[in-house]
Design a protein around this ligand. Structure first.
Ligand code: GLY
Ligand code: MN
Ligand code: MN
Length: 438
């Protein structure tokens, strides 16, 4: 059977190896050692938190369940996978490596994390590991190596984009099921179960904790409670939930209204139209922070158009009014991590590009280039503490508070897509996947 991942993987691995060669040269190292990591133990317990593999490890191969394993790479040689397959009858033992990628590695199977360490080469090693204290290895996470690898991880290979398309397909399929559960009158908990069933992923496998928020709960930006009790009336539904594919993330938000909430639906439609406009600007050379500021101006216009504000869009942005309704960043890089690395990085050597003043939650300050994948997730919310602050400012006189108060019952709106910057028009992973999900 022809597997497109199998044909894309060799080029991906070549790219990862070339980057490793340069990163090692930049740091003056002979070998790159990457630990998958080991699970964190719960305090005073004999159980672990769910295992999450080191993203550097997942970048080389599609193995997400390999605690204790290592990749050892020496420029010029085939990379080595030291794979831990314990003798264990208490837990499911990770399956021996198989699939399209194994021929590209020298694979050594060992029985314990300690045996894996005994297989690592000696010499000048850049050791990338999440746990700094590992017996028998000096973990150094060298800055020049990490800076180089993080910077270049922003540019996704065709193989990575294929996995991100897959993560988007799984996520949008599950979003469709969640919307149907909302329309059928389910509780947040019930909607969440419908989402997981359609994604065929458990919570621990998702790239982040899902937000499933009915009514006012949509105003809590990271609402992760899953109320078991159905509200008396479901009016609105904000869902921010993603899915994983071989360690790659999707991050998707949609907001829905019941048919009776026509005013709120109209506001959703305006945010949706604005969001499509921002997505269209995901083009090479576009400064992401400038796009974020542009979003403030457009959303100010939406607030005006819907009668919340009487001031100009310009003065709504200047006076901080838009920050009360849109209090988070426009988005972030995404890939092996939902909030992927290097969103602020200045160059492959490191450094940091500061956020614009007054925008403390923006997670991306770089200029967009082909191969980058970012989220575009504008929102408008009715958040009690931020509105209370706004009410005490002089600009409060130019806000229709009766209108604002009438919308608190809906919580808020966010529309979030994952978008690839290309040499040409952007690729919208999320909308493409929704279109195919029917
Ligand atoms: N779901 C996390 C985020 O949207 O950034
Ligand atoms: Mn996001
Ligand atoms: Mn999200």
């Amino acid at each position: 059977m022809h597997d497109p991942l199998a044909s894309l993987y060799p080029h991906h691995l070549t790219t990862v190896r070339e980057r490793a060669d340069k990163a090692l040269a930049a740091g003056g190292f002979d070998h790159l050692l990457i630990a998958a990591g080991t699970p964190l133990r719960k305090f005073l317990d004999d159980q672990d938190y769910p295992f999450v593999a080191n993203p550097h490890f997942k970048h080389w191969l599609p193995l997400i369940d390999a605690p204790g394993s290592w990749i050892a790479y020496t420029p010029g040689s085939k990379p080595k996978l030291i794979f831990v397959q314990p003798r264990d009858y208490w837990h499911v033992v990770p399956e021996a490596p198989h699939g399209y990628w194994v021929e590209h590695f020298d694979i050594v199977i060992v029985r314990s994390a300690a045996e894996a360490i005994a297989q690592l080469p000696a010499g000048k090693c850049a050791v990338i590991a999440p746990n700094p204290a590992i017996d028998g290895v000096e973990v150094n996470n060298p800055q020049p190596v990490l800076a180089y690898l993080h910077w270049h991880r922003s540019y996704k290979t065709p193989y990575e984009l294929m996995l991100m398309r897959e993560a988007s397909h799984i996520g949008t399929r599950a979003h469709r099921a969640a919307e149907a559960a909302f329309r059928a009158g389910e509780s947040e908990f019930g909607i969440h179960l419908a989402y997981l069933a359609a994604a065929k992923q458990i919570d621990a496998e998702l790239p982040y904790a899902s937000i499933v928020a009915l009514n006012e709960h949509g105003a809590v930006l990271h609402y992760t409670n899953f109320d078991r009790v159905l509200p008396a009336h479901s009016r609105s539904f904000l869902i921010d939930a993603g899915a994983s594919a071989a360690g790659y993330a999707s991050d998707i938000t949609r907001t829905y209204a019941v048919p009776q909430a026509a005013e709120f639906q109209a506001l959703i439609d305006s945010v949706d139209a604005a969001q499509r406009g921002f997505v269209a600007k995901v083009r090479a050379g576009q400064s992401y922070p400038e796009l974020h500021i542009h979003a403030h101006h457009v959303l100010a216009g939406v607030l005006r158009e819907h009668g919340f504000l009487r001031m100009s869009a310009e003065s709504a942005v200047e006076s901080g009014v838009t920050s009360a309704f849109f209090p988070h960043g426009l988005g972030h890089p995404i890939g092996l991590q939902v909030h992927d690395v290097a969103g602020f990085q200045q160059s492959e050597r490191g450094g940091m590009i500061a956020r614009p003043d007054g925008h403390p939650y923006l997670r991306m300050t770089r200029v967009l280039e082909p191969g980058m994948v970012v989220t575009i997730e504008p929102g408008l919310y009715f958040i009690d503490i931020l509105l209370a602050e706004l009410r005490n400012k002089p600009v409060a006189a130019d806000i229709d508070w009766a209108k604002v108060d009438a919308f608190r019952q809906y919580g808020g709106i966010r529309i979030e897509d994952d978008v690839v910057c290309t040499d040409d028009a952007p690729e919208n992973l999320t909308r493409d996947a929704f279109a195919q999900a029917g």
